[in-house]
Design a protein around this ligand. Structure first.
Ligand SMILES: [Fe+2]
Ligand SMILES: [Zn+2]
Length: 457
């Protein structure tokens, strides 16, 4: 139940760009790609804390306040019993202030080692998370450096489903960084909508990883239940004994500077910093049946749990149908099925609006307009938007007294079954959507070129 983590050592750029590497990453639950940094001659110093503060010292960063613990244990605040629930309270600071904290923490440790001071148990530590490096102007060097990665790893690539969302979803299709001191923890989780993720360790210290195959996520969820912590919305650190008692294998490995960890779709994972280090991370969506299916399943699960899906899968699916040629039959059929469900839902929503004696107001979607989410249940709302006026909370500093918010059909009906006081917007014509649906066909390269030849002659 402690299998060796799938790992591969890269030596040359050719190794990095080989189809074998992609195949390797996509066929294991989690993989360590060792030596990627040096094989691609990446300039990792661009991601050092010093480079970051040279670029934007006043950047606001989210901090998680945690306690330093042994990597396979998690203790209650009073230190009397083990627990799954993590204390990880959030606060905010600037990049410069965190940089000073990180440097001081290192110097203090060196001093303690010299003086042979016993290390204090459960020392308070700070973890700077989700640093946003999406701004192309400000972070052009860092973004340029990551463009050296093989195409299947890039955040902008036509082969990456997440590039087809069409706008920035922070940390999903944009780069984020994590700045750490020893003991900083990323609690257990699956990625947003079960997309793949990659994580490059900048160093200088190592990170320790734990990973569980997607097929065991339900067991992990039930263990969370048993330990009275919510799988989706709370922070938890698994007890390895309890996981093994359920017969679930756990991959456990070290990620050294320059090593990349590829987290495959749906893999449950948790990470602890061994040393002082920075990490770079984002999500990718390989154009594969297994990825798409896993993302849609999680999308449905999130909806049942009233948990927001950061990736708007219906909006994304329509974009995929417009933009890409699918050669895999299973992927094609699943995408087509989701399009059909969406078409049906749009038609039912329109019928309901008309039956209520209301009108739809056509308002075309703007090119970079983000997907809409329901104000009440946080599900994605596609095409038919039920808009109402809500009073602005007094706490929010705004000159407006009311704001316009979007609801899904179900929540709008719950508020008022005849849709009084709702404005209903329609972003696409049904004909337009039907055309996209009809034109989305399985792409068979041989047949298509033969047809092309027939037309040409
Ligand atoms: Fe992750
Ligand atoms: Zn709703």
């Amino acid at each position: 139940l402690s299998p060796a983590a799938p790992s591969v050592i890269l030596e040359t750029k050719k190794d990095c760009y080989s189809a074998n590497l992609q195949y390797f990453c996509l066929s294991n639950a989690i993989s360590v790609v060792r030596g990627l940094g040096s094989a691609l001659k990446l300039d990792l110093s661009l991601f050092s804390t010093k480079s970051l503060i040279d670029t934007d010292p006043e950047l606001i960063v989210e901090v998680r306040n945690q306690r330093q613990q042994v990597s396979d244990e998690n203790w209650e605040l009073n230190g009397r019993a083990k627990t799954w629930k993590c204390d990880s309270s959030p606060s905010y600071t600037t990049l410069l202030k965190y940089a000073k904290y990180q440097a001081n923490s290192f110097q203090e440790a060196v001093r303690e080692q010299k003086l042979k001071v016993a290390v204090k148990k459960f020392r308070q530590i700070k973890f700077a998370t989700n640093l946003d490096l999406s701004d192309e102007k400000k972070w052009s060097k860092q973004i340029g450096e990551m463009a050296k990665l093989p195409p299947f790893m890039r955040f902008v690539s036509s082969a990456n489903m997440l590039s087809h969302v069409g706008y920035k979803v922070y940390g999903v299709n944009t780069m984020q960084m994590y700045l750490k001191v020893p003991g900083c923890r990323t609690p257990g989780h699956q990625e947003n909508n079960n997309f793949c993720s990659l994580n490059l360790n900048i160093g200088p210290g190592d990170c320790e990883w734990f990973g569980v195959h997607e097929k065991h996520w339900k067991t992990m969820e039930s263990l969370c239940d048993k330990n009275k912590v919510d799988y989706l919305t709370e922070s938890w650190w698994p007890d390895l004994e309890q996981v093994r008692e359920r017969g679930v294998p756990v991959y456990r490995f070290l990620q050294k500077p320059g090593d990349l960890v590829w987290v495959n779709a749906g893999c449950v994972h948790w990470v602890q910093a061994v040393g002082w280090c920075n990490n770079v991370s984002w999500n990718v969506g390989p154009m594969l049946y297994m990825q798409y299916r896993s993302a849609i399943e999680r999308y449905e699960w999130n909806r049942l749990k009233l948990y927001k899906s950061l990736v708007p899968m219906v909006h994304l699916t329509w974009n995929l149908a417009r933009n890409i040629k699918v050669t895999d039959r299973r992927l094609f059929e699943y995408v087509k099925y989701v399009l059909m469900q969406s078409l049906k839902q749009c038609q039912l929503a329109i019928n309901y609006v008309h039956n209520c004696g209301c009108d739809l107001k056509y308002q075309a979607r703007q090119p970079d307009e983000p997907a809409h989410y329901c104000f009440d249940c946080e599900c994605e709302v596609f095409n038919v938007l039920f808009v109402s006026e809500q009073a602005v909370e007094p706490a929010k500093k705004s000159h407006e007294r009311v704001q316009h918010v979007v609801h899904c059909q179900a929540c709008a009906r719950k508020r008022n079954h005849l849709l009084d006081n709702f404005v209903i917007l329609n972003q696409f014509g049904m004909d337009e959507l039907r055309l996209v649906y009809d034109q989305f066909q399985l792409y068979v390269p041989g047949v298509q070129s033969a047809l092309g030849a027939t037309i040409a002659t």
